[in-house]
Design a protein around this ligand. Structure first.
Ligand SMILES: Cc1cc2nc3c(=O)[nH]c(=O)nc-3n(C[C@H](O)[C@H](O)[C@H](O)COP(=O)(O)O)c2cc1C
Ligand code: SF4
Length: 442
């Protein structure tokens, strides 16, 4: 299967980022249609579409929208998670820069369906171009009566704000994002079942829908064409419907964002990206740096779908797909990943705060040639103490890559510990590897 361009169909046309250009391609027909529908009917279409959140967890979108109280007793809010901090993922950035009205229209439809008063697009601080494109588009939408008071004469009022974060990975975690949005430190909060879901008590303790950029941009297509049409895409998979954008990077000839229909094979995705560069396929991290790494055998025959990728040994995640060639040192790749998570841990809970540093220190020791027998087991033990025992998902995200790599590439760890150097000795890999400071570990 080749590319299936739905969200990205017009992303290479600069006019599509203007209101006139967007409307010329059918933009805002979905909002007009939605404003004439019962709110529940919109949610039912989203249910029929089978849309699952594109931020990483794949949670059914309609359940969130349906969870917002129908008897409105105060303000309702929407949040768009545009933090996109997962290493390897850059699809939301492109969507915001090239198709800003899709996001705005999608959020307005979601707002109408859930009786939202205002929406906040929480954008990662480094995404200046995306924020500028959205600012321009939001201003145009206000001027045309597509945002603000009495949208298109429907009586529905909806305001949309942009909030720039400060570039913290943890602020992509939804409860930390809400804390940050409210002006607090970007740390996660206690969650369901200990406290109500965000749909009941989210930002400013009000009912809140929080979805990823790509998730909201699907809404206009679902309303225009119907949920059943959307669900016909990906119908060959167990429970993954529609399209998904994968940000393909690593040792490929044509890195970039590729939109595919669920059910496409991972090897087809690699082909779309121009195939491998500099050597044969050795490994793939298909869904962003936090998901388990796959070896070439696992990649062969892997089908892209939430359940299918789990069966193949990894996850769809956020769609940050990194292909690595045969000259890649997996130990170094994992060391770099561990460094990222240790840096990004917010420090609130002990398993993650301490565990991510220990993982990094042990990886550092191995990589600097001082690995000890028992280090692999020690890494596994630390991973098992972090995974499922941390306050938020960052802990799991830090443990999975290390535990996953040991499972699939254990021989590379053993070789490094025994010989004090990588199993991969090519000049190319030596150039690729950044220097690491040696950290003493007792
Ligand atoms: C550490 C961490 C970072 C996250 N970063 C992001 C992010 O950058 N963007 C995103 O959409 N979701 C991110 N998520 C997932 C969000 O918490 C949340 O599940 C998502 O925004 C829900 O939207 P969706 O249902 O449309 O996927 C992150 C989760 C964790 C644990
Ligand atoms: S797992 Fe704990 S320390 Fe790590 S980011 Fe979440 S709350 Fe912070």
């Amino acid at each position: 299967m080749g590319e299936y361009k739905l969200l990205l169909e017009h992303s290479h046309d600069p006019a599509y980022a203007t209101l006139a250009g967007y409307q010329a391609k059918g933009g805002y027909a979905a909002l007009k249609k939605a404003l004439g529908m019962e709110r529940q009917a919109i949610i039912d279409e989203v249910k029929a579409s089978g849309l699952r959140g594109r931020g990483g967890a794949g949670f059914p979108t309609w359940i969130k929208w349906n969870g917002i109280p129908k008897d409105k007793k105060g303000k309702h809010y929407l949040i768009c998670n545009a933090d996109e901090g997962e290493p390897g993922t850059f699809k939301d950035k492109q969507l915001m820069e090239t198709t800003p009205f899709l996001l705005i229209e999608g959020m307005t439809i979601a707002g109408f369906a859930t009786q939202g008063d205002a929406g906040y697009i929480y954008i990662r601080g480094e995404f200046v171009d995306a924020a500028k494109a959205l600012r321009k588009a939001i201003d145009e939408a206000y001027a045309a009566g597509l945002l603000g008071k009495n949208i298109l004469g429907s009586g529905y009022d909806f305001d949309l704000y942009i909030h720039l974060g400060a570039g913290s990975y943890e602020c992509g975690e939804e409860s930390a994002l809400m804390s940050s949005l409210m002006g607090e430190r970007g740390m996660p909060r206690l969650k369901f079942p200990h406290v109500p879901l965000p749909t009941i008590s989210g930002v400013w303790d009000r009912p809140t829908v929080i979805n990823n950029v790509e998730t909201y941009t699907c809404a206009p297509f679902i309303i225009n064409n119907g949920g059943n049409w959307y669900a016909s895409l990906g119908a060959s998979t167990k429970n993954s419907r529609g399209t998904k954008i994968f940000s393909v990077s690593g040792h490929v000839n044509k890195p970039g964002n590729y939109e595919i229909e669920f059910g496409t094979s991972l090897m087809d995705l690699l082909e779309m990206a121009g195939g491998m560069k500099g050597g044969a396929l050795k490994a793939c991290v298909p869904g962003g740096s936090s998901v388990p790494i796959m070896n070439a055998q696992q990649c062969d025959g892997a089908i892209i779908g939430y359940e299918e990728m789990a069966e193949a040994g990894s996850m769809v995640g956020s769609g940050g797909c990194m292909f690595l060639n045969e000259h890649t040192c997996i130990v170094t790749f994992i060391w770099r990943t561990a460094q990222f998570y240790a840096n990004e841990s917010c420090g609130k809970c002990t398993p993650c705060r301490e565990g991510t540093k220990w993982l990094l220190q042990i990886m550092e020791r191995i990589r600097s040639g001082g690995g000890r027998s028992g280090d692999i087991e020690l890494l596994q033990e630390v991973c098992s103490q972090i995974d499922g025992r941390s306050f938020c998902g960052l802990g799991d995200a830090a443990a999975w890559p290390v535990a996953g790599a040991i499972k699939v590439f254990r021989d590379e760890f053993e070789y490094f510990i025994e010989h004090g150097r990588s199993i991969v000795q090519s000049a190319e890999s030596a150039r690729m590897l950044p220097e690491s400071p040696v950290v003493a570990v007792s």
